[in-house]
Write a protein that binds this ligand. Sequence first.
Ligand code: SF4
Ligand code: SF4
Length: 422
Amino acid sequence: MSNYVEMWKELGMDLENHDNLCQVLPTAFGDVFLSQQNRPQGMAFWDMVVAEIHGIRPAELIEAQKQGRKVFGTFCVYVPDEVVIAANGIVTGLCGGSQFWVPGGEKVLPKATCPLIKASVGARLDRTCPFFRIADMYVGETTCDGKKKAWEILGQDVPMHIMDLPQMKRPQDLDKWTAEIAAFAKAVEELTGNKITVESLNEAIRVINEKRKALARVYAARKAANLPISGKDVLLLTQIAFFDDPVRCAQMCNKLADELEQRIKDEVSVFPKGTKRLLVSGTPLAIPNWKLHHIIETSGAAVVCEEMCTGTRYFENLVDETQTTLEGQFRALAERYMKTNCACFTPNTGRIDDIIRYVKEYKADGVIDVNLKFCCLYDTEGYQVEKALKEAGIPVLGLETDYTDADAEQLRTRIGAFVEML
Ligand code: SF4
Ligand code: SF4
């Protein structure tokens, strides 16, 4: 990634510290991904993106900024990308998934904060992530307590817009979320200087729906008895979908889906016959958090689906494309986004229904319900999830982990025993 040093310098990054990250990432990526046998050729695109993860896309974003476009950094799948795109803005995900950034976050946050928040704050404060340096505005949400307080730190020197997400799904909550989306549209218009029109929002809704459909096609290929792609590879492309241009993302996913569908016809599998199929549910796995998938897929099992924000929650449900007024479109957006089942809602039984449905659709032999350490929401909800799964006769293993490798061997033992039991 050395060609980008000038760009990183201009972004005011801490080059010395950033070098340490650049040195470990290729080895980690090689060990986890490139060691796999018989990968689909279509993965070459995502391999290339990761190899230059702090180079290619940041350079594109800076070029777009020179043309007058604005970049919005987001942290949650409830923030509607469509609104930003309708104003000719660009969305980039900002959630941190590396232990490298955690100590930086711990300088200002309580240690008992989830690693995703600590890594996101550390990436910003340590100046080792170009995406945080590039974003013209951060968009936060009131999903969990840790994030709410983190916005106050992250918003100190970058404009921060916070969307107040309801935590129940009553009719008045839908009204409130519709109003929040309209207020967000105003903030986006102000920053970009562009008016959002019915036409531009319709086009943005169509673009993001196409991206969702393309991701859904890739996931659908995992329902086949012969798995044409590993869980690790699908996790990787889902993680990168948060950063990529949505049209290109859809094109690449559709191209990959073509290959996967052909592989299914040709009975090509990346796992031996009889490999146990696992569904992973719980807290999101932000890039480059590949730990759990890597352990599972080197312990005699395969991940066939992620009920996560880096998974089905990201692409399920389309936005209605038939609305003809901005009010109608904001409502349609609110309706689609409120269908997402995050543990920040109460009650959240829809999530349990989703998991049970996915177990059937993806023919999973069992579920691993994973919680990022100190995420009180998913940890607490784990009780209901595991109880419901057991009642439905679905084997389940609850795990808690963070971004360090300290528990890797312990996780390997527990996952190995679970797979053996299946
Ligand atoms: S887990 Fe909840 S708070 Fe976190 S990204 Fe997903 S929807 Fe947002
Ligand atoms: S994993 Fe839990 S604590 Fe962490 S940001 Fe998401 S909802 Fe908040």
